[in-house]
Design a protein around this ligand. Structure first.
Ligand SMILES: *Cc1c(COP(=O)(O)O)cnc(C)c1O
Length: 462
């Protein structure tokens, strides 16, 4: 869409004619090159939207997920036939842990049954629990809230920076109390949170840092892998994730003694490395072990992770270049210091004013009808019942003074996050795995919806 760089507010003041004039020079070359259908052409009436009875931009599905081939079968069958189905008798989980630690440049990795339990393990092993407070990003998958609440700790949210979709580091310090024990930043969508600032705040206030890297396999901050920058990093290998095994998780870290504790805890509290005792059970443990089957699938899947990641990054960058000048479409911004974002979802913000009042839901429906699957993803979940359910529970009433819980309720306002939840539009990672022309389909569909916005607003009211 042309080469003019404008701020979003400047773009907001563009009339439709000015926009088309700006767009036309770049558009014509693209039409000739065949990368853009003629409806984006200046001066012509836009083709009718699919949701209003027109032809969709795209009829083909995007890439399936998960992706595997015959080579995935043998290792799973080998585990089955060996009769060694748990890590105590087999070696496949250990092989995966070594491989994953090496991939991240982490000293150690302990595999678990899923990401939620990786986070619970990290909290426990860093001694974050009953009566403590944890600073958390409100814009995340619900597991991030749940693990803190399950630990009978308060998830104290620091508001989101809507431009980056990430925790706003400048909002963290004002939330710290004498009971704050940890910061739990989330690299949501594989966009790296500002770990330099977060680690500096943690150091100043003597807090632990647990990275929720459950969407950030191979993402990088300052050239280092996300998940290796705090005290412990947690990953998920659930089916939708970039390294999938149905269910699965990992805790990674560089502190040997701490990782010994993680190992011991995840294996019923049995002695491991520096965790020693006079008896068989020196510490209270849990069973959070990964099965050998999960690891067999992961060792096969991990072979495609780097190439898939590179493809997603390339397509995401190209998609950004194609949509950034469409009025009302605001691509996400990376924090300065992020060296690789990995796009578990590709996020943008939708400004309905610039679509002449077309609601985000109607925009999502129109885009979906064009053959582009999309969604709003996360809502302001701190308004859901789970918070009050926790605060009124027996354990929370015992663990926290009433004044603290009352104040917590009063402070549960995150206007920037609320706004983001109303504006976010996301594409899942599998849309980024195809050829460049798939990105053109997404961009062209958005452009088409933009050009049809008046008709869509009329039909929205009707
Ligand atoms: C997937 C995910 C989790 C939880 O992982 P599971 O393996 O599903 O338990 C936690 N946090 C975030 C941000 C996630 O995306």
């Amino acid at each position: 869409m042309g080469s003019s760089r404008q701020s979003s507010s400047q773009r907001g003041s563009l009339t439709r004619r000015q926009f088309l004039a700006t767009a036309s020079a770049g558009t014509m070359a693209a039409v000739v090159a065949g990368s853009m259908p003629a409806y984006a052409n200046a001066g012509k009436k836009a083709a009718k939207c699919a949701i209003l009875g027109g032809q969709p931009v795209r009829a083909k599905p995007f890439s399936r997920w998960p992706i595997w081939d015959k080579s995935a079968e043998e290792p799973v069958l080998a585990v089955l036939r060996s009769g060694k189905w748990y890590r105590g008798s087999g070696t496949v989980v250990s092989q995966f842990e070594e491989k994953y630690a090496a991939l991240l440049g982490a000293k150690r990795c302990v595999a678990t049954m899923n990401g939620t339990n990786s986070l619970l393990t990290a909290l426990h092993c860093l001694d974050v629990g009953v009566g403590d407070e944890v600073i958390v990003s409100p814009y995340t998958f619900i597991a991030t809230y749940n693990v803190v609440l399950n630990s009978v700790a308060l998830p104290v949210f620091a508001d989101t920076d809507p431009e980056t979709f990430l925790i706003n580091p400048d909002k963290i310090e004002e939330r710290i109390t004498e009971n704050t024990r940890a910061i739990l930043p989330v690299h949501i969508f594989g966009l790296p949170a500002n770990m330099t600032k977060i680690n500096a705040i943690a150091k100043k206030h003597n807090l632990k840092v647990i990275e929720d890297a459950c969407q950030a396999w191979l993402a990088e901050w300052g050239g280092k892998k996300c998940g290796t920058l705090g005290d412990l990093g947690c990953f998920s290998f659930q089916e939708s994730k970039h390294l999938p095994a149905g269910e699965g998780g990992a805790v990674v870290g560089n502190d040997e003694a701490l990782m010994d504790l993680v190992w011991s805890y995840h294996n019923c509290g049995r002695p491991y490395g520096s965790v020693k005792g006079k008896t068989g059970y020196p510490i209270v443990g849990n069973n959070r072990r990964m099965t050998e089957y999960q690891a067999a699938i992961l060792l096969n899947q991990v072979q495609r992770l780097e190439a898939d990641t590179a493809k997603r990054v390339e397509n995401a960058n190209y998609l950004t270049s194609r949509i950034k000048d469409i009025p009302g479409i605001v691509p996400h911004k990376l924090c300065e210091g992020a060296t690789r974002a990995v796009y578990h979802l590709y996020p943008l913000r939708y400004k309905q004013e610039q679509f002449n009042g077309l609601s985000r839901n109607r925009f999502l429906a129109a885009l979906s009808a064009e053959g582009i699957p999309c969604s709003a993803v996360y809502g302001p979940q701190y308004k859901d019942e789970l918070i009050e359910a926790a605060l009124t529970s027996k354990n929370f009433k015992r663990a926290f003074p009433k004044e603290r819980l009352d104040r917590y309720r009063q402070e549960l306002h995150y206007p920037a996050n609320d706004q983001l939840c109303q504006e976010a539009v996301c594409f899942t990672q599998n849309l980024l795995l195809g050829p460049k022309s798939d990105m053109d389909d997404i961009a062209n569909a958005i452009q088409k919806v933009y050009e049809n916005r008046d008709d869509l607003v009329k039909s929205q009211k009707a």
